[in-house]
Design a protein around this ligand. Structure first.
Ligand SMILES: *[C@@H]1O[C@H](CO)[C@@H](O)[C@H](O)[C@H]1NC(C)=O
Ligand SMILES: *[C@@H]1O[C@H](CO)[C@@H](O)[C@H](O)[C@H]1NC(C)=O
Ligand SMILES: [Zn+2]
Length: 591
């Protein structure tokens, strides 16, 4: 997954300066932060004239708890019944030192087989860099003998793995567990910065170190370890379980998940699976509660290439603006006009806001009340969104369409005027928006300024200047043709969501000997993309979730995509507990 999801955790008392964010938003944000602490929220909003009516005054009514809780109904913990004894027994096994050693060895061994995937790899069979997956498959074969003697294994496009554990009742749609075999490469210049070598799989008694220890060999090994254990204990599934492991998730899944999707669709048909769980968010402490971020959606994606051309020549007689200067002006304009971010009803982040309001004890009361009123009041909706954005940058980033200028190129020599320069703006598209909306937005934003520089404009294939003579050109395009629409939202008022919620609660409580309700399950989004981008047709019930502590700003899950990736061994055990509970619950359910 890329990037890791952490959740909004900025403490109210530490406003962060954002010089690049102008206008009412930064003022509002600061205002909210100060106001919550000092003045009171509503007076502050009124001082900004952002509230035409007076929605917050009526919010002071103390709401009764039941009404609040109804904003985000929680499933009851779901414990396996028919297989209750097995589940109890496995729970004890997983708590033992012997099992810890075993699980750590399983994951450590997987980390010790480096499986990096790189951008722009050639097809399987041509590009030799794919061959690293052969030793990885050999490792799995030796580490999980029962899986390999019991489950049916199909290799798709040579390195994609599909394991099928056939259930006795073929009329039940299978449970699909996905993970990826590949890892982000380790930058050779950073090898010395690792506390333990990047492919050591070293266990220091608390953490397992190395690339892939978290993303996503913990998911893959977690699922495999679970099944090996269930097999050792003689469990025979009623509902089939299918494992699908891609091998280039970190570079867009074109060779792996895309071909796996074709195979699975052909074999199981559209909506052929009861539900799908892939890598994603975990749980973390937020506003005084432990919140499981069950990602029911994924943002869209587009890299917009902004290319400028203008006449070259000798730089001793320069024009007022060179190609690079014009590009720079356009890019500054982009940064000065970030996408407007609004919380919208019914979106995954709105549902998340409702869950925080209903269940997170530390959410400031005025924010809670604004969220509660947001269903019927536009002003309260806006106030709620802006307050949440003020409390945490991540909430803002996950809600809106983002932009980041990540690449730039231009010029060849100091005495030659550059004829061409380009940059790439990376966008993560809000779940309720679209690729088309982003294209239109960027075109509209840059067209006028391009006109002032006397550039003709071609945007995403459309010549907007109709051949009028111009000094130069501006071309906007989908940089690599990798635009991706936001994923369809997974329904939350459906049985699979309830099953997963109940499974999360049971797993969390059992491990800690807790009674009652100790973890809030909330819909959320995946800020990056996963292999599930290819799996939309396999089921509408797609969840991106790793059941372990994904940390927060002060306790970030370590080193994903950078140096010192490591995973607490506890998190691996918890993952195995989760998959065990999930497989048994799905087996007993009539989904
Ligand atoms: C972050 O997580 C740690 C460890 O779970 C917790 O102690 C801390 O309170 C959390 N911080 C916030 C701001 O929620
Ligand atoms: C734009 O540039 C073209 C080509 O140099 C020139 O013919 C035209 O007059 C310019 N337009 C303006 C408004 O300067
Ligand atoms: Zn990943």
């Amino acid at each position: 997954m890329a990037p890791p999801t952490k959740e909004f955790v900025l403490p109210v008392s530490e406003p962060v300066a954002h010089p690049a964010r102008h206008g009412p938003f930064s003022r509002l944000r600061l205002c909210v932060q100060l106001a919550v602490v000092i003045f009171g929220f509503s007076a502050c909003l009124h001082s900004l004239d952002l509230l035409p009516t007076d929605p917050l005054s009526s919010l002071s009514d103390v709401s009764d708890n039941a009404e609040l809780k109804a904003l985000c109904p929680q499933a009851a913990p779901l414990l396996p019944q028919k297989n209750g004894a097995l589940w109890e027994k496995l729970g004890e096994t997983y708590g033992s030192e012997a099992f810890l050693t075993r699980a750590v060895d399983w994951l450590g061994g997987a980390v010790r087989v480096p499986t990096p995937s790189f951008d722009k790899m050639g097809p399987v069979g041509e590009d030799p860099r794919w061959e690293v997956f052969t030793p990885f498959h050999e490792y799995l074969l030796s580490a999980f003998p029962l899986i390999h003697s019991t489950l049916e294994l199909t290799k798709v496009n040579t390195y994609g793995l599909v394991y099928v554990w056939k259930g006795s009742d073929a009329s039940l749609k299978p449970l699909l567990l996905a993970a990826h075999q590949d890892v982000v490469p380790v930058n050779p210049d950073t090898v010395d910065d690792w506390t333990h070598p990047p492919f050591s799989g070293y266990f220091d008694g608390e953490y397992i170190w190395g690339r892939g220890s978290s993303d996503d060999k913990s998911g893959l090994i977690g699922a495999m370890s679970t099944i090996e254990n269930l097999l050792e204990n003689g469990f025979e599934p009623t509902r089939s379980v299918v494992l699908a492991f891609g091998f280039d998730e970190e570079t867009s899944g074109l060779h792996g998940a895309a071909t796996l999707a074709d195979y699975l669709l052909k074999t199981y048909g559209e909506n052929g699976f009861a539900l799908l769980v892939d890598e994603g968010g975990g749980f973390s402490e937020q506003f005084g509660g432990v919140v499981a971020n069950l990602a029911i959606a994924e943002k869209g994606y587009i890299d917009v290439r902004v290319e400028v051309t203008s006449p070259g020549g000798h730089s001793s007689v320069p024009p007022p603006h060179t190609t690079i200067g014009i590009l720079a002006a356009l890019l500054v304009h982009v940064e000065e006009h970030p996408y407007e971010v609004r919380l919208a009803r019914g979106t995954p982040m709105y549902l998340k806001a409702q869950c925080l309001a209903a269940h997170a004890p530390g959410l400031p009361a005025p924010v809670r009340k604004a969220i509660q009123k947001a269903g019927s009041s536009d002003a309260a909706l806006r106030a709620a969104g802006d307050a949440l954005f003020g409390l945490d940058d991540d909430f803002r980033a996950f809600t809106g369409t983002t932009q980041a200028i990540d690449l730039i190129n231009g010029g060849v020599k100091t005495n030659a005027l550059p004829e061409q320069a380009w940059a790439v703006v990376n966008h993560r598209i809000a779940t309720e928006s679209s690729v088309d909306e982003v294209k239109k937005h960027d075109t509209a934003l840059l067209k006028k300024l391009a006109g002032e520089f006397n550039l003709s404009v071609t945007a995403f294939g459309d010549d907007l200047s109709q051949g009028a003579p111009a000094y130069g050109t501006l071309t906007l395009s989908d940089a690599w043709g990798t635009a991706l629409a936001p994923a369809p939202d997974t329904p939350v008022d459906a049985a699979p969501y309830a099953l997963l919620s109940g499974t999360i609660k049971a797993t969390y409580n059992a491990h800690r000997d807790l009674q009652g309700d100790n973890i809030i399950v909330s819909p959320g989004i995946m800020s990056g993309n996963t292999d599930t981008r290819y799996y939309w047709k396999l089921t509408e019930h797609i969840f991106r979730y790793n059941h372990h502590n994904s940390g927060n700003a002060s306790s970030l899950a370590g080193g994903v995509h950078t140096v010192n990736e490591h995973l607490p061994a506890d998190a691996l055990i918890e993952t195995i507990r989760f998959f065990t509970t999930l497989i048994l619950n799905a087996d007993e359910s009539d989904l």
